[in-house]
Ligand binder design. Structure first.
Ligand code: BG6
Length: 343
């Protein structure tokens, strides 16, 4: 489901094994028992993190700090997201890598701090989440919620409710669903921009090819956001890049030739796609990225940037991304049209 919903989301209690110290759990989820595992443990520097595990071996980790996914592993235990080995897991510093949430502002497209404040706030486990959109008994999921503090209201004077669901599917696919609701009681609408700032782990940036953005218009953040049109073939990388591709397709492929792996990004409600790699000089200048960090990452960010989302009181916006991998080479034209699955 894409865009804004006027109807208030029906709220039911989704029982999840989310209390601290929870260990492996089996839940009755339907016709037969299926493995499901959600665990809350202490992560780096004692910060709470939620670990999701699937029966076939894939896993994901989500820090309550930032509501940030910091690990996504396939069933062979291979890490698919880049997290800098110099990342600082210490509030209020944002965590360098994984999937930071940019809200209520992408980058410096506005007067708030860069990328907004959601990525350096402490989120909570949502004890009253929306119902799952599918009854798949195999889902391993966690629902988080962020509401503004008194301090937040001073810089962004709007009573939003941001619900984030992170789901690990049976095949190891990772789904993020954001539901943002205007809970203002003063009849005031608000607007925001947004991104899932995903850092993919790649063997070597010079081996990477991105398909799905060729021929699109983009704003070049390195050229005062001037608008250009991408020419030619799939994107490859040999220098710094910082572009916002506009009205991009719902599916983007990131091919890593050396690892013989292709990431598929499927998005909904998020028309834009940001591509960022800081390259060597900027990488060196970032203490939490380090000299060679840029070589092993590429950020492809499902986003709503060019046209901010407007929400009237009571309205809710939903933005989803689903990440999966397929082996070796992949060509967009070979795939069936994509539809966002349930989460
Ligand atoms: C990208 C922006 O999304 O994030 C870049 O387009 C920015 O301009 C990058 O440099 C990293 O931002 P930050 O705040 O995490 O260092």
């Amino acid at each position: 489901m894409q865009g804004i919903e006027k109807k208030k989301t029906k709220e039911t209690i989704l029982r999840q094994p989310v209390s601290p110290e929870t260990t492996t759990s089996k839940q009755k989820g339907g016709p037969s028992d299926h493995f499901q595992n959600v665990q809350v443990v202490k992560g780096i520097n004692g910060l709470d993190k939620v670990v999701l595990r699937q029966i076939r071996g894939s896993s994901a980790e989500v820090y309550l700090y930032g509501g940030q996914v910091t690990s996504w592993k396939n069933d062979r235990g291979e890490q698919l997201l880049f997290v800098s080995n110099k990342a600082i897991f210490k509030p209020p510093k944002e965590i360098r890598g994984g999937i930071p949430i940019c809200f209520p502002q992408f980058s410096d497209f506005g007067s708030l701090e860069k990328h907004g404040f959601a990525r350096n706030r402490m989120w909570s486990i949502d004890t009253n989440p929306p119902p799952p959109t599918t009854n798949s008994p195999s889902r391993a999921a966690i629902d988080l919620i962020l509401k503004p503090s008194k301090e937040d209201l001073k810089i962004f004077p709007h009573s939003f409710e941001f619900r984030l669901r992170v789901t690990l599917g049976l095949e190891g696919e990772l789904m993020l669903t954001s539901r943002i609701r205007n809970a203002n009681s003063d009849q005031k609408p608000f607007k925001f921009t947004f991104a899932y700032h995903t850092y993919f782990s790649v063997s070597d940036i010079s081996e990477v090819r991105v398909e799905g953005l060729e021929t699109l218009d983009y704003l070049d953040n390195m050229k005062k956001r001037e608008r250009f049109t991408e020419q030619g073939d799939a994107l490859t990388f040999e220098s710094e890049v910082d572009k916002v591709y506009l009205s991009s397709p719902t599916e983007i492929a990131v091919m890593d030739h050396e690892r013989k792996r292709t990431f598929l990004i499927r998005k909904n409600g998020l028309p834009d796609a940001v591509v960022w790699n800081p390259w060597d000089k900027k990488s060196k200048a970032m203490a939490d990225l380090g000299d060679n960090g840029y070589k092993h990452m590429i950020c492809i960010e499902a986003a709503a940037v060019e046209k901010p989302i407007f929400l009237k009181p009571g309205e809710e916006w939903i933005g989803r991304q689903e990440l999966s991998t397929v082996p070796a080479s992949y060509y967009c034209s070979e795939l069936d049209p994509w539809r966002v699955g349930g989460s």
